[in-house]
Design a protein around this ligand. Structure first.
Ligand code: PRP
Length: 177
């Protein structure tokens, strides 16, 4: 275990099992249709890579960059830094995110992508934090509902580090306090 992680919340194996389940669910629900996965950089890339290999559908990928946290733990202004490069009008879009925290980013993304007139718009998140949501949004597919802790690993960062950890763990508060 990494020295800055106090405990593992979701092991590599637990994540694998849950991502496989979610992948099966998506496969079933969109049977006979195509989907476009829109991954929100950077936190979702590890999850995306595993998710798409568990979905047996014709799918395409694109990426968007929204920034909300800056380099620390305090929430800041939301900026769409990079939009998708494909036309999603008339397509089944699934937004892939690593974490649903206040709901601010997902609320912004729903509005942004609804305006592009997709055939359908759903969201798939790795973690939904058990916090009071500023924007009351539920993802269509959620791998885990997690406690309100500073979590890192499996794509999730603190100041851009720890994304490559194969598990999701709690970051030692001494690292950021
Ligand atoms: C994180 C995460 C979500 C957002 C969730 O992004 O990836 O996009 O915060 O928070 P919210 O529900 O309170 O809006 P971050 O800006 O840390 O970027 P990253 O994906 O590059 O780590």
């Amino acid at each position: 275990m990494h020295k800055d992680v106090t405990r593992i919340l979701y092991s590599k194996e637990q994540i694998e099992d849950r991502v496989r389940e979610i992948g099966r669910q998506i496969t079933k629900e969109y049977e006979g249709q195509e989907v476009v996965f829109v991954a929100i950089l950077k936190g979702s890339v590890v999850f995306l890579a595993d998710l798409i290999r568990n979905v047996e559908l014709d799918s395409t990928l694109d990426f968007a960059t929204v920034s909300s946290y800056g380099n620390g733990t305090t929430s800041g202004e939301l900026v769409m830094k990079k939009d998708v490069s494909v036309d999603v009008e008339g397509k089944n879009v699934i937004i892939v995110e690593d974490i649903l925290d206040s709901g601010k980013t997902m609320d912004y993304l729903y509005k942004h992508f609804t305006a592009k007139k997709p055939k359908s718009l759903k969201s798939c998140v790795l973690l939904d934090k058990k916090v009071e949501k500023l924007f009351p949004i539920k993802a269509d597919y959620t791998c885990f509902e997690c406690e309100d802790l500073f979590v890192v690993g499996y794509g999730l960062d603190y100041a851009q580090y720890y994304r490559a950890l194969p598990y999701i763990g709690e970051l030692n508060p001494s690292v950021y306090s």
